[in-house]
Design a protein around this ligand. Structure first.
Ligand code: ADP
Length: 333
């Protein structure tokens, strides 16, 4: 699954760590978000206080974790990392919050998957740097207030829409990360190729960039596969080698992967172009609705193969054309 934008495995984590930009200046693209973040950090530094809480929203692999690390690095603060699924009870969150050192940056990945009871504790912690710990049960239960060290929360989510309003409102700044342009991914790849010591032509980098689903994580991963391919074939990373490697890994000219294609052919062939509801689509391709909505759909919409309507997802003209299919107009009558 080279084009799955989610990370898996230790080797992958080590590889990503090695390629992560350490400063905002090294972070490619997302110009607006970078400017906004810089201002937020500068203002906090001038007033000698912890920066406001930051919410980073967008599909996987676009740089949310990297930005959280940069916030800590640029402000010279320690970073604590956890994730929504690891916080199953309010107690899990209390343990993390009560052990933060002053000024620490707390990164919660997939924050929309945190337990409800923890969410409520987080409201108070974000606002007043304070939590109430419940001790005992039933009539004898009491709550003990506990002061926390001031901290900056950086939350990441692929589904900003799933966060309850009171939580969303407590972030001083929300950044919506966008898919990257091909030129930006070329810059990401230049940097990665230099760090990995891969010799590769500009046109080869461009080819990889244009097939990376607008996602730096995928671009870096494809670069590695191309490097391997070129090594084994003994050809060097020529354009022909790039094309052959990508074909071997089932990445088409637009960068669509197997799941993208399964979703497209379901809409086109089973539902004659749609509209199809999200749940029906998820069941038909055997994937979770959340993955379709957070990973597959945003990219297919962005490159104009499908569009969203109140009645469901429909294939666009380009969607039909990319798969060399035509609408069976007879089905309309
Ligand atoms: P997310 O947390 O959104 O899933 P990550 O921050 O883990 O994404 O980024 C995935 C990989 O992509 C990292 O290894 C990082 O090196 C690379 N990357 C992401 N955004 C950028 C960027 N703007 N510039 C350079 N590399 C990036």
């Amino acid at each position: 699954e080279v084009v799955n934008p989610e990370v898996e495995g230790d080797a992958e984590i080590a590889f990503e760590g090695a390629l992560r930009p350490k400063s905002l200046a090294e972070f490619v693209g997302q110009r607006k978000v970078r400017g906004q973040l810089q201002l937020l950090l500068d203002a906090a530094a001038m007033q000698d206080r912890t920066p406001d809480h930051i919410l980073l929203a967008g599909p996987p692999g676009l740089g949310k974790t990297t930005l959280a690390m940069i916030v800590a690095h640029e402000t010279g603060r320690p970073l604590r990392m956890t994730s929504g699924p690891a916080i199953q009870h309010a107690g899990d969150l209390a343990a993390v919050l009560s052990s933060l050192v002053p000024g620490e940056v707390l990164f919660i990945d997939e924050i929309h998957r945190m337990a409800r009871s923890a969410e409520e504790m987080l409201y108070l912690a974000m606002e007043d740097f304070r939590i109430d710990i419940m001790v005992g049960k039933g009539a004898g239960a009491t709550s003990i207030p506990l002061d926390l060290a001031p901290f900056t929360l950086v939350g990441a989510t692929t589904r900003a829409g799933l966060l309850p309003n009171p939580l969303r409102d407590r972030f001083g700044f929300t950044a919506h990360l966008e898919f990257y342009e091909t030129d930006e991914l070329v810059r990401v790849l230049h940097r990665a190729a230099a760090l990995l010591g891969v010799e590769i032509e500009e046109e080869s980098l461009r080819e990889i960039a244009s097939r990376s689903r607008g996602t730096p994580r995928i671009a870096n991963r494809l670069l590695r596969r191309v490097r391997d391919f070129a090594l084994v074939a003994g050809t060097g990373a020529t354009l022909a080698a790039v094309r052959a490697a990508l074909e071997l890994y089932d990445v088409d000219e637009l960068g669509l992967d197997r799941l993208d294609r399964a979703v497209m052919t379901t809409i086109l062939q089973r539902f004659d172009g749609g509209p199809v509801g999200l749940n029906t689509l998820a069941v038909s391709v055997g994937e979770e609705g959340e993955t379709i909505e957070a990973v597959v759909e945003p990219f297919l919409v962005r490159i104009g193969l499908i569009s969203r309507t109140p009645r469901g997802r429909i294939a666009t003209k380009s969607g039909w054309a990319h798969f060399g299919l035509e609408r069976d107009s007879a089905a309309l009558f």
